[in-house]
Design a binder for this molecule. Structure first.
Ligand code: AQP
Length: 324
């Protein structure tokens, strides 16, 4: 079977090292190996409070970030979810196939409804149903995501199976594709995943300056209460390894074992490695920023390509479910 890659990202603010190491870095590689579709999922982003005036800017910011990271529109399709309305149409149909009990188990829903107590809306609850539609609309079978999204990909399989069983085979059962660093932890609270909603000191944004990166890494939590390697130190080693510093990690871990490693030394190495990876991305972004209009054109082109596939799938879906 030919592989088709699909993955999405929300335009909810600055992209961070967790997004990069858990997802985007492998997207840039996969696009050269398989047919790939990447989507800026704005209809997912509106499930939490947001400013409608800022959303268009955030969408083009994420597009700029992705292009700066190396997403190549001549190799893959990059588009905005709301420009292909078939996503929400299929999402509605999938709502009718998804057991509520499955949605109630979703960790992201539980976390987000604690985080946004004032706005626990139905969209937040059915978020993974729309996500299943995003993927299955293109009959994608490989989904490169961070570990936090694995549960949602499993639900996609449940929905695909149920559709196929009820109406006849149409969809593949997609599988998650994880990187080695599929769960980057927060710098300030390494028990939690790195995430922008935790606040500035918890994440390294792709756009952070060298000075800010140094400051954030220097303040990363490394303390441990029982003399073992702390989760914070493990996280720094893991970040270093994911950024290609395997040899350094080996050497520093050996020093750590002997008790001769200063955490300040580890932090300097980690900060410098992050800087050497992110500064070329920042530079490319500054160049791309000069032609923001071109970014809009890329997204429109991407939506046209995506919609061709989406329309065909929806024709099949409508026939199968009996509305045509
Ligand atoms: N900490 C992480 N480690 C590894 N991968 C991660 N991803 C997100 N955080 C980490 C992966 O990034 C992709 C895009 O995810 P998203 O658009 O859903 O971003 P997010 O999870 O909403 O990002 P935040 O920062 O966690 O947002 P808030 O704080 O608003 O909830 C996905 O593949 C995801 O797995």
């Amino acid at each position: 079977m030919k592989n088709l890659i699909f993955s999405g990202i929300q335009p909810t603010g600055s992209l961070h090292l967790g997004n990069y190491l858990g997802a985007i870095k492998q997207w840039t590689k996969l696009q050269h190996e398989h047919e790939s579709i990447f989507c800026i999922v704005d209809y997912h982003a509106i499930t939490v409070a947001y400013d409608p005036k800022k959303l268009p800017g955030r969408i083009s910011d994420v597009a700029l970030d992705l292009l700066a990271c190396g997403i190549d529109p001549s190799k893959s399709t990059l588009f905005v979810q709301s420009q292909v309305p078939e996503h929400t149409e299929l999402g509605w149909i999938f709502n009718t196939l998804t057991p509520i009990a499955e949605l109630e188990r979703m960790t992201q829903y539980k976390d987000k409804s604690k985080q946004h107590k004032e706005n626990i809306n139905a969209g937040l609850f059915t978020y993974p149903v729309l996500q299943a539609a995003d993927v299955l609309l293109y009959k994608a079978n490989l989904i490169p995501v961070g570990e936090d999204q694995v549960q949602h990909v499993e639900l996609m399989r449940v929905i695909a199976k149920k559709f196929n069983k009820t109406f006849g085979k149409l969809f593949p059962e997609p599988k998650p594709l994880l990187t080695e660093q599929a769960r980057v932890m927060s710098l300030a609270d390494p028990a939690k995943k790195m995430s922008k909603s935790l606040g500035e000191k918890h994440y390294i944004a792709l756009a952070d300056s060298d000075e800010v990166i140094k400051k954030k890494v220097r303040s990363a939590v490394t303390a441990t209460s029982h003399g073992d390697t702390s989760p914070g130190v493990e996280n720094l080693f893991a970040i270093l390894e994911a950024l290609g510093g395997e040899a350094l990690v080996k050497e520093l871990k050996a020093q750590h074992k002997k008790g001769s490693l200063q955490y300040s030394e580890l932090k300097d190495v980690v900060a410098n490695t992050i800087i050497s990876h992110l500064s070329p991305i920042r530079e490319r972004r500054a160049e791309l920023e000069k032609e923001r209009e071109r970014v809009g054109e890329i997204l429109i082109e991407g939506a046209k390509t995506a919609q061709k596939i989406a329309r065909d799938t929806m024709e099949e879906v409508r026939k199968k479910i009996g509305v045509r």
